[in-house]
Design a protein around this ligand. Structure first.
Ligand SMILES: [Ca+2]
Length: 388
């Protein structure tokens, strides 16, 4: 896509940060010894409104053309918020999900023609303890139930672990879908192997087939749906509309969360290169960079546990236009990654830390307000607007 821009980003890292895990600089990356992010917005500068509460690990949100919203609950329910209230009855017809560990119902996205065809797409974990996989299904939504449900994709092969499913969906302008997947936690070496979907971002058509112009289509031994490889697990995926640049963030191990600019066919390094360590403290890899593997635009040591992302394009917070807003679970804030006009990282800021909440997703509403989903049982949907 924009190879020159990507190289500029890397050059920025080299020049400003030294690209070393022990030598990060504020601005381009946040590392172990980097200056903390600037003090975030305080409660005096924004207003919150609880739109819905009592949800079970709300995972994703979709804004419908009629002003209502759909919220996924990881346990396997799809909920409607209409006229500012959570509809009591969950949407009927949601497929059974494997809701163990990190498994469950993940993303919901609308078909580009949803206003006329009512079709939506769900990403979810399916199967059993011994054989599960991330799936994508499409169905027609009539406001209360799903009809004509059709499973269009299942990651291959299945796995016997209950972590690192990926599960984020994104429509591209050509009508194809990106789906993020994870390494299953137990299969990190397979993130480098093109014969399976572990640790990949895949690109599929809405019938689930791989487009012929995918980077490895037709290559012997490679899954044709693979779009990029070398990911750990990717809970955040957005597209910048002007340049078409795709940003994905991935959950690192102990340290080493990353934001990457995704280009087809590229290798993002996991687990060969990483800025993180194993949870035990053991070294996963001595390498943080390698020829042929991409450097992150941003990495975080220690981890903030990124969980969802929006590229802010609204008018209510004009200073944040064009910036990445990343929700954080362990970090308990929304990290603003300030992108300048050329897409370089100009700085970072912690937002909403004073709320003291593990935040599962952040979305920009059509009116420019922000919606936060809070993690766990009793999860909330919170709308944020500027104060005054
Ligand atoms: Ca990486």
């Amino acid at each position: 896509m924009h190879a020159t821009l990507r190289r500029s980003s890397l050059a920025c890292l080299v020049a400003v940060a030294g690209c070393g895990a022990g030598d990060p600089a504020p601005g381009a990356t946040a590392g172990a010894s980097a200056a903390p992010a600037a003090a975030g917005a305080t409660s005096s500068t924004y207003r919150t409104e609880t739109v819905a509460e009592g949800l079970s690990t709300p995972w994703s949100l979709a804004f419908l053309p009629d002003g209502s919203m759909l919220v996924t609950e990881r346990a396997g329910r799809l909920r409607v918020i209409r006229d500012g209230r959570l509809v009591t009855e969950p949407v009927a017809g949601v497929p059974p999900v494997y809701a163990v560990g990190q498994g469950g119902l993940f993303d919901v996205v609308l078909d580009p023609d949803f206003a006329s065809n009512g079709i939506l797409y769900l990403a979810y974990a399916s199967g059993t303890e011994d054989q599960n996989a991330t799936r994508v299904a499409r169905a027609r939504f009539d406001g209360a139930k799903l009809d004509d449900l059709e499973v269009i994709f299942e990651a291959s092969p299945t796995k016997d672990s209950n972590a690192h499913f990926g599960g984020r969906l994104l429509f591209l302008p050509d009508g194809t879908l990106l789906l993020t997947l994870g390494d299953g936690f137990a299969y990190r070496e397979k993130a480098q192997a093109k014969d399976g979907d572990f640790g990949k971002i895949v690109r599929i058509r809405t019938d689930g087939k791989a487009p012929e112009d995918n980077p490895f289509a037709g290559q012997a031994g490679a899954r044709p749906e693979i779009y990029s490889l070398g990911h750990r697990t990717v809970p955040g995926l957005v597209r910048e509309p002007d340049r078409g640049r795709i940003y994905a963030h991935e959950h690192g191990p102990k340290g080493g969360d990353e934001v990457n600019v995704i280009e087809p066919g590229r290798n993002y390094g996991w687990p060969v290169i990483t800025y993180g360590r194993d949870y035990s403290g053991a070294i996963i890899s001595p390498y943080t960079e390698k020829e042929g593997m991409e450097q992150p635009l941003v990495y975080w040591v220690p981890s903030i546990a990124p969980s969802g992302m929006t590229l802010y394009g609204g008018d209510l917070f004009p200073a944040w236009k064009g910036d990445l807003l990343v929700s954080a679970l362990a970090g308990m804030h929304v990290r603003r990654v300030d992108l300048d006009g050329a897409g370089w990282v100009a700085g970072q800021e912690e937002l909403y830390r004073d709320l003291g909440l593990r935040i599962r997703d952040v979305r920009t509403a059509p009116d420019g307000s922000l919606y936060l989903l809070t993690d766990g049982e009793g999860g909330k949907v919170i709308r944020v607007t500027p104060a005054g």
